[in-house]
Ligand binder design. Structure first.
Ligand SMILES: C=C(O[C@@H]1C=C(C(=O)O)C=C[C@H]1O)C(=O)O
Length: 365
């Protein structure tokens, strides 16, 4: 097997502390690489730029851009990535390391209970509540090795490694598209509701999951109705994401250029009730006041802004930053959450977050 000649350059780029992103789309056979040639931090100004966007959850904070005109852009066939130890499809069954305490568990359950109480009191209908879990390894984790394992494990996800010396290293394998657009055509999805995958996708979804996913679909349809034409939504179906199942509805249509640019569409959609809640502003306020930590880029979005696809067409292709982690030497911070409604059970919500950490933990050890 030939290792692609550019690969050494990527390692060197990381060693030189220069910004980069490496990413693979669902089912793709190649890795995209953008290597920024200086260490400046560029912010997205108006979403008319070209490059790779990395946006935080909290829109009052700026999104970062790796601008195409200061980046070297390479694509590497997956067959030419370096071989790693377990380089068959990564199916290793392993014991998942526990890295949470009873105290953290109780804290999260109390947060969920508070969410339920506020919903029952009529303040809002849904809120997505999350937490951060820290995993400590015996030695420093190797970002490129973790990326390779994520690629091997989650072919259906958008898998990435993003680095900026002023922000840090983030990695993830997200199942959720925020917005794809080509000319005036767009597509998005409503993804919510979670069950463990236990060797079948034929599962009976409960009312809680059906309702919380429906809220996401209705929100998206309602928000887009003023700025898009010919909106079509698919049937709601079960979508497998690693060891989890979600409910998913695909939505597509035509944007009305006079009514909305990409910036407007993104600010209308983000954060959707899949990661924030409903009504959006009340839920967001509750999150910022009560979660007790900063989500940073988790549940933000990331992806291509006005870049060429394989056929030379200019597209934008953004994903919600889920199943993600921040790497810092031998410490990894995992970010996980779940949707809370009046029918939520704090114990089950806790377990759901534990299962979500497994997506990342599987590739750490
Ligand atoms: C918030 C997360 O995931 C989101 C919440 C889901 C849920 O509440 O069931 C399902 C998929 C995602 O939209 C996460 O993975 O941390």
């Amino acid at each position: 097997m030939n290792v692609h000649p550019e690969f050494a350059g990527i390692e060197e780029h990381l060693d030189q502390n220069l910004p980069l992103v490496l990413y693979k789309k669902q089912g793709a056979k190649h890795l995209n690489v953008l290597l920024q040639e200086n260490e400046m931090i560029y912010e997205v100004a108006n979403y008319q730029e070209s490059g790779f966007v990395f946006s935080p959850f909290d829109q009052s904070k700026k999104a970062i851009l790796l601008p195409l005109d200061v980046c070297k852009h390479i694509t590497i066939p997956l067959t030419e990535l370096p071989v790693v130890d377990e380089d068959v499809f990564y199916t290793k069954e392993q014991e998942i390391k526990i890295s949470w305490s009873e105290e953290q568990k109780n804290k999260h359950k109390q947060l969920v209970q508070k969410g339920i109480d506020v919903i029952k009191a009529g303040a809002f209908k849904k809120v997505v509540l999350s937490r951060k879990e820290v995993v400590v390894g015996e030695e420093a984790f190797e970002p490129l090795l973790l990326l390779k394992r994520l690629i091997n494990s989650y072919d259906d996800a958008f898998v990435y490694l993003w680095y900026h010396p002023k922000v840090g290293i983030w990695l993830g394998a997200t199942p959720e598209t925020l917005l794809y657009s080509k000319e005036n055509k767009f597509s998005t999805m409503a993804l919510a509701g979670t069950l463990p995958y236990q060797s079948t996708e034929q599962v009976n979804w409960g009312n809680k999951e059906l309702e919380e996913q429906e809220m996401v679909t209705s929100f998206i349809l309602e928000q887009l109705s003023g700025i898009a034409n010919d909106i079509i939504s698919s049937k709601t179906y079960t979508h497998k994401a690693g060891t989890l199942l979600h409910l998913r509805t695909d939505i597509k249509g035509d944007l009305i250029p006079e009514k909305s640019g990409l910036k407007d569409v993104l600010s209308i959609l983000h954060p959707t009730p899949a990661v924030c809640g409903l009504p959006k502003n009340d839920a967001k306020e509750f999150i910022l006041q009560n979660e007790g930590y900063s989500r940073e880029y988790y549940t933000g979005f990331l992806g291509e802004l006005h870049m060429q696809d394989g056929k030379g067409k200019v597209i934008s292709d953004m994903y919600v930053n889920l199943r993600c982690m921040q790497l810092n030497g031998n410490e990894v911070e995992l970010y996980v959450g779940g949707g809370v409604t009046k029918d939520s059970d704090p114990e089950k919500e806790w377990e759901e977050t534990v299962r979500k950490t497994e997506t990342m933990k599987k590739v750490l050890f």
